[in-house]
Design a protein around this ligand. Structure first.
Ligand SMILES: Cc1ncc(COP(=O)(O)O)c(C=O)c1O
Length: 363
């Protein structure tokens, strides 16, 4: 029998190892699902952070209507894991990718963002060739100035073109208020109100023109406290909060969710009385500026990361070489994709080991 850590203490795991506290993650999933449900909205959580179909299935079991992802390759992995209602919240461009998209449509009811007639023509041509219909959402720029057509008439014009194109189904609109995520509460509330207002007005304009806007999608973990309260949207994309990290807490002011994701590390050096080093650096914990935090210890603080080293500052600490400590993730979105597997734990015992199946699916 091959070695299995299942049922054993996390202390037996070799390091660095990525852990998720299942009780905490499941609580976060329930809270995020309830936040959407209580606001009368559907939840379509973004999976770009976890990249793991088993976690997507937990979100669906908690009431999510479908899954959002960033990449076509992620959508293919989710589809092959039995998930059908998938939004790729990005533009899919290039002959090969569009061919994959329309072929994916045979095994999943995939939906994709567009913001230009070029996208619509390419999908329409490929979809009619293969004999499928692909749902599209028109991405509206609600102030982030990333992708997206301006709200109002330009979106209406694109909606009309989408509606007229064979092989393409106009399913609705989406707008990501990413510019609001890091604002303080008062400014964030105002920015969310404005963003949702733009989406709502645009939806009314399109419906007045006789087209049905089935979906109005918005939201991220950083705006979950506000965006669902404003009328006009139908679903929320917030996803990463299921892991909750120090960036969500300190950078995006997210509250009410528990830190679930950590990297288990080993102390490899105690080179000075007030300094130690652990075996998890940027290549394991993330290269994001938000530093990880040591779980359940006040005597050890992460002060810096090199590629493969974490510098630890010690205060009256009895920590020794070989000790294992957990780093609460600095930014989970930039942590998970560095690992092959994630250990699901309960009460510090390993319950399950998941392959991070959409890891590396960048195309
Ligand atoms: C299109 C889109 N939707 C939603 C999100 C929010 O993701 P999360 O809730 O994981 O922070 C993002 C984050 O980058 C995004 O790009």
């Amino acid at each position: 029998m091959p070695y299995s850590p299942i049922g054993k203490s996390i202390q037996v795991l070799d390091t660095p190892a990525l852990l998720v506290d299942l009780d905490k993650m499941e609580n976060n999933i329930q809270k995020m699902a309830a936040r959407c449900r209580d606001s009368g909205l559907h939840w379509r959580p973004h999976a770009k952070g976890h990249k793991t179909p088993a976690i997507a299935h937990k979100q669906l079991r908690a009431g999510a209507i479908g899954i959002t992802c960033a990449k076509l390759g992620e959508a293919e992995v989710l589809a092959d894991a039995g998930i059908s209602d998938i939004l790729i919240a990005n533009q899919v461009v290039g002959r090969e990718k569009v061919a994959r998209l329309v072929n994916l449509r045979r095994r999943a009811d995939v939906m994709v963002a567009v913001d230009d007639p070029v996208h619509i023509r390419a999908i329409s041509d490929a979809a009619t060739d293969v004999g499928v219909n692909v749902r599209v959402l028109i991405e509206v720029d609600v102030g982030m100035k990333r992708c997206g057509v301006p709200p109002g008439d330009p979106t209406l014009a694109l909606a009309r073109q989408t509606h007229a194109a064979p092989g393409v189904v106009f399913a609705g609109i989406m707008g990501y208020e990413g510019h609001a995520m890091s604002l303080d509460d008062a400014a964030k509330e105002a920015a969310c109100r404005k963003a949702v207002g733009e989406l709502s007005k645009t939806r009314n304009l399109i419906e007045d023109a006789g087209l049905c806007v089935g979906i109005v999608s918005a939201g991220g973990t950083g705006t979950l406290a506000f965006t669902p309260d404003f009328p006009g949207i139908t679903e929320i994309q917030a996803g990463g909060g299921i892991f909750m990290d120090t960036y969500y807490r300190d950078g995006l002011h997210v509250r009410g969710l528990e830190h679930a994701l950590s990297v288990l590390t080993t102390v490899i050096s105690r080179a000075a009385p007030d300094r130690a080093v652990a075996d998890a650096g940027r290549k394991t914990t993330s290269s994001h500026p938000s530093l990880p935090e040591v779980k359940d210890r006040t005597d050890v603080v992460v002060t810096g990361l090199a590629a493969e080293h974490a510098l630890l500052s010690l205060t009256n600490s009895d920590i020794e070489i070989g000790d294992k400590i957990q780093f609460i993730s600095g930014y989970s979105d930039m942590t998970v994709f560095l690992h092959d597997q994630i250990y699901g734990t309960r009460n510090d015992r390993v319950e399950v080991v998941w392959d991070i199946l959409a890891r590396g699916k960048k195309q």
